[in-house]
Design a protein. Sequence first.
Length: 361
Amino acid sequence: AELGSLHGVPSNAVAPALLTYRSVGIGVFGAVMRYVGMPLEKIALYMNSSQVHGKGQFSQAVRLTFQEGAMGPYRVVGPSSIMAWFLQYSVMGVAFQFFDQALSQALGVQPVWYGPELMTPPPEATSSESNSKETTEYMLRSMASRTLSPLLAAVLESAVSNRAEVQRYFGPEKMSLLQRRMDASTMTRLIGPAFAPNALRNVIMCQTAFLLTPITYKLYFPQEQKSKSTLFWYGLGLNVFVGNAVGITQQALWGRSLDYLNEHGRIHYGRVIRQGLQREGWSAFFTIPKWFSRVLMNAPAQGTLPWFYNEVLPLGEGAFLSATGVLLQAGPTARETPGILIARTTQTNPSRSFSATSSSR
């Protein structure tokens, strides 16, 4: 309410306005970063597929990526991919915020810390035995909220992005041919094949960016060392060594599932996993080169997301709320006819008939 009154925005409009601002900001940030890093994405896609094998897999992936020239990786990017990138990141941001706020309110717990809250000292633990039952119950409700929020947000994100990712993997022409001969349901055709590993990967990355990073930084990072710089490197480190180390297994399953689909016309995850293990063992789903290629693709956008979300976006919130306040205040008068507007301003202050249209705060 105080933030809204400071910028001339009604208290009930502050939350939707900030939600819109943060979501659009994340969407633009994600789309730009992903487009610039498209060659890295193609390398990671090939690395986590069955199209490379044996020794020198990274060099094989690089050759496949640039087999059509230096601009080859960008030829698979169409307007649908750019829109999907924007929606992927904006939906991830708005979905997590929405589910986090809604579930936190429904379960009576505090939402995840955000922005300047990360720089303040962690709350003191309650040691009273009389409050132990209350504390345990609160923790269980909080855990339920923290578990469901990234799960729901990631499933929604994959529903937006998975089909475009599959198109970038195969290319638009091959994707069209595959769609015609694919033995799949209408839902699979809408959201794209290999949806399950895509969603699981996004659950892992969403938890890392929006839960693990802010919560552990707030609670356990030395207070005297908290700063924008340390948050940036801390978020990047967790993304590289935790999020991607786990998420790479699902990325590999996704790529191998698409190769299986291309060969057989449908996906059987059990067969895909068994086939990979029989041929290459655990290295079918995790190797240092696979992890490294995923980091190269993911870290520039996803790894810097906690820093951008918590440190860069808040810098423009005041200006955005001020602009929103101006638009909301101008709204009612802008929709009135000139005669009614002149009559109102004349009655309000006859001596300043036309200049009285500006609202006072």
